[in-house]
Write a protein that binds this ligand. Structure first.
Ligand code: CA
Length: 240
């Protein structure tokens, strides 16, 4: 039912870019323990040269770095069309909204202080997502299939009629199946619609989407509310 693969199949090379030596070491220990091949850099200006020598599938990128800050590094990697997954690390939770607004192309964001265990879990989720998405443009999570090109959503073989906003909302949730999104982040992802209407009605859109999906999940909702945060896919869809 689920595409999720166990951590055992997730071995990958990760580059940790962090100038606080103790924190870098702690992260490295956790990633090594989780089966990753792990490199550490203490400066931002060495990242591109390092990746040219040793490719990484994932970069853990601190924002405040000597030499070149994480923002510039992220931009440079994306401008070159490099496709390592990037998890940005910031010391301030209010930075995250600003970073999202800059559309840097990072795959996830974590805030200090964090538990290394959580960062490793996020890394697994990001890599699982990148590997789960086939070359085409369809997303599959649990019994849900979403085809971007044709804008079709299939649930257990049935086609669902969704509004544009419901479609974008579901696509966003399915792109990062393990992630919980705040209302502001969901808003950021569906720009191009009537923003004020969207913002006011986000709970209503979620409610409508749930009503359409419920019959396929024995009356339960495949979208869960996370109190004080927002929405994410329910574990029953993820098969975890
Ligand atoms: Ca730093």
């Amino acid at each position: 039912m689920s595409l999720a693969k166990g951590p055992a199949s997730m071995s990958a090379r990760v580059l940790i870019v962090e100038d606080e030596a103790k924190l870098a070491e702690l992260l490295r220990d956790y990633f090594v323990q989780a089966g990753f091949e792990t490199d550490v850099l203490g400066r931002g200006d060495g990242v591109e040269a390092h990746l040219a020598r040793r490719e990484a599938e994932l970069v853990i990128l601190d924002l405040q770095l000597p030499g070149k800050d994480g923002l510039e590094v992220c931009k440079a990697l994306r401008a070159r069309g490099d496709r390592p997954a990037i998890i940005m690390v910031t010391a301030r939770v209010d930075e995250i909204d600003r970073l999202l607004g800059l559309e840097l192309g990072a795959d996830d964001y974590v805030c200090k202080p964090f538990s290394p265990r959580e960062v490793v879990a996020r890394a697994h989720a990001v890599l699982r997502r990148l590997r789960a998405v086939p070359a085409g443009d369809s997303l599959r999570v649990g019994g849900l299939e979403l085809q971007r090109g044709s804008r079709r959503v299939l649930v257990q073989g049935d086609e669902l009629a969704l509004t544009r906003i419901e479609f974008e909302l579901l696509a966003t949730l399915m792109e990062q199946p393990q992630r919980v999104w705040s209302r502001a982040q969901l808003l950021e992802r569906v720009r191009g619609t009537d923003l004020s209407a969207w913002e006011r009605n986000i709970d209503g859109h979620v409610k409508n989407l749930r009503a359409k999906l419920r019959p396929y999940f024995k009356g339960a909702s495949p979208i869960r509310s996370v109190y004080g945060v927002g929405y994410g896919l329910d574990s029953m869809v993820l098969g975890t």
